[in-house]
Design a protein around this ligand. Structure first.
Ligand SMILES: Cc1cc2nc3c(=O)[nH]c(=O)nc-3n(C[C@H](O)[C@H](O)[C@H](O)COP(=O)(O)O)c2cc1C
Length: 353
């Protein structure tokens, strides 16, 4: 690896204990032992998605992953899981090195419980003030994830979050690694965030079609066919009935979701449903939908969670090839700039400069 890239993500790679500071973002049903160990074996940092797994199943998955790689990997826990305490115990008992707390803002007692067991804690920061609070509560590293990402998303783009958070973090808390996620599909983009002060990047969508991913062939085919504009946020039709924003490939289910909202809200206005029941009916629509698509391959009635970088997923490759490609693009970009003195050499060549 070039000394430039090595230097740019040194802090991130040291924190993760991996060769490259590339995290494989946890994806429920997709990030299981095969993909996670594949990422860690290829020099990245795999993260197991616990999702709604009970503790016993998580333990099985951690052990299966550890059996396939000697390199470090993390576990992503959703903080509203009803058995969060037991899941943390499972991670402690199985000597997990890093826990990513997702799905909201964790309580400081949760963070300190994990830290006291010697496990590094990574939290999602939707803004600089919240990031600062999380670090004060004990978070060892932060992920900032923009709305280009697949799955549950916030309202702000990666590029804006990066500008709002990275310079402040670099100035105020240079020792805390920050990983950027959302919409990253190539090495050049990784370099740009690293140069802004990030310590590494997290990618999800790019790994879905890896050979090691157990996602259903139909799910993978949908990714290979899709372009960036097909990965859209879930639609909310009435401000009174909030919808959790999720980015996914548009399919029959996303159209039916709009129709269901319309019908449910009409029933509510006609006095056939109370507000709570109507809201629950809307929320219930996507229950089990990701499993239906990823595991069963029902790409019309399931949820095809995908980020905008899906357009850059053009073939099935091994995780090693994907990671080597990202690293090559990053190094090539750094090399080209060095040779050109400034700017992008390829563009300069094209315009005859
Ligand atoms: C199918 C799918 C499932 C996901 N599930 C989770 C999850 O369970 N927990 C989580 O924190 N993030 C989840 N994510 C987000 C990823 O971990 C990662 O942060 C995101 O994919 C990065 O953006 P990108 O898709 O643009 O690369 C999911 C993303 C996808 C595409």
């Amino acid at each position: 690896m070039s000394s430039g890239l090595n230097h740019l993500w040194k802090r991130g790679a040291e924190f993760l204990g991996s060769e490259y500071a590339i995290m494989g973002g946890a994806m429920t049903w997709v990030s299981e032992a095969n993909l996670v160990s594949g990422i860690s074996n290829a020099g990245g940092f795999g993260v197991l998605a616990c999702g709604s797994m009970p503790p016993a199943l998580l333990e099985k998955e951690i052990r299966a992953t550890a059996a396939k790689t000697a390199n470090p990997f993390g576990v992503n826990l959703i903080i509203m899981h009803s058995e969060l305490g037991s899941l943390i115990d499972t991670c402690i008992d199985n000597k997990v090195s890093h826990i990513v707390l997702a799905g909201g803002l964790p309580k400081s007692v949760t963070i300190s419980r994990i830290k006291n067991a010697g496990i590094k804690v990574i939290c999602f920061a939707p803004s600089y003030p919240i990031g600062k609070k999380l670090v004060k509560a004990g978070a060892d590293a932060l992920v900032i994830e923009g709305m280009e990402a697949g799955g549950h998303i916030g309202p702000v783009s990666t590029s804006v979050l990066a500008q709002e958070i990275l310079p402040e973090m670099t100035r105020e808390m240079p020792e805390i690694p920050v990983f950027v996620a959302g919409g990253i599909g190539r090495g050049e983009a990784m370099v740009s965030y690293l140069e802004m002060g990030a310590s590494g990047c997290q990618l999800g969508t790019r790994f879905v079609c890896a050979n090691e991913s157990i996602a259903h062939p139909s799910f993978k085919r949908a990714f290979l066919k899709a372009s960036a504009r097909d990965a859209v946020p879930s639609v909310q039709i009435d401000p009174e009935f909030p919808v959790i924003p999720v980015r996914a490939l548009a399919n029959r289910a996303s159209t039916e979701f709009i129709l269901l909202q319309r019908k449910t809200i009409e029933d509510y206005r006609a006095g056939k449903l109370d507000k709570q029941a109507a809201q629950l009916q809307i929320e219930h629509f996507w229950a089990g939908a990701l499993r239906r698509a990823v595991v069963e391959g029902d790409i019309e009635n399931g949820s095809l969670m995908a980020g905008q970088s899906v357009g850059m997923v053009t073939k099935e490759q091994s995780v090693k090839e994907i990671i080597e490609e990202l690293v090559f693009q990053a190094e090539d970009y750094l090399r080209a700039r060095k040779t050109a003195g400034a700017g992008n050499l390829k563009i300069a060549e094209k315009i005859g400069g």
